[in-house]
Design a protein around this ligand. Structure first.
Ligand SMILES: [Zn+2]
Ligand SMILES: [Zn+2]
Length: 153
């Protein structure tokens, strides 16, 4: 978490800026929801965002959380990721998109840099003349913790 703190702060500031530029009011509730997602440094379900936002502001309601996440998504501040059968939210990656590896046991989501899929994309295009849309590509499996083994490499 600490290594990405600065990057997270920058994304957060850029997000606030982009809201402002596009003429959206920075209501305290919007800022709070944005902060919750920014500070998590990962992928959060709506219920998680709601719970944390409500801890900070007891009058928060879930409709506001949905509306705000939808707005942030529209502004490309936040990215929506399908993990299992639920939608998660994360700050839009400033270094471009990443893919996800999702654990079928703990539902943890792990980032996968797109370069791992470059060869795969290339193969599909070369051999099948098929241009894949890998934007929402997610690989399911079992994470190192759930395998009870230390991660390799
Ligand atoms: Zn797991
Ligand atoms: Zn992600």
């Amino acid at each position: 978490m600490s290594s990405s703190n600065q990057a997270t702060r920058q994304v957060h500031e850029r997000a606030v800026e982009s809201l402002r530029e596009q003429g959206y009011r920075l209501t305290p509730q919007r800022l709070l929801i944005l902060s919750v997602v920014a500070e998590s440094g990962g992928h959060m379900g709506v219920d998680q965002v709601f719970r944390l936002a409500k801890e900070a502001y007891p009058y928060m309601d879930i409709a506001t959380v949905y509306r705000t996440l939808h707005l942030l998504k529209k502004l490309n501040v936040v990215t929506e990721v399908a993990i299992g059968d639920r939608l998660h939210y994360e700050l839009t990656d400033p270094e471009g998109r990443h893919h996800h590896m999702v654990c079928q046991i703990c539902s943890g989501a792990f980032n996968l840099s797109p370069h791992y899929l470059e060869q795969f994309r290339h193969t599909l295009m070369q051999e099948f003349n098929f241009e894949p849309d890998l934007e929402h590509f997610t690989i399911t499996g079992v994470c190192s913790t759930c395998q009870g083994q230390p991660a390799k490499g």
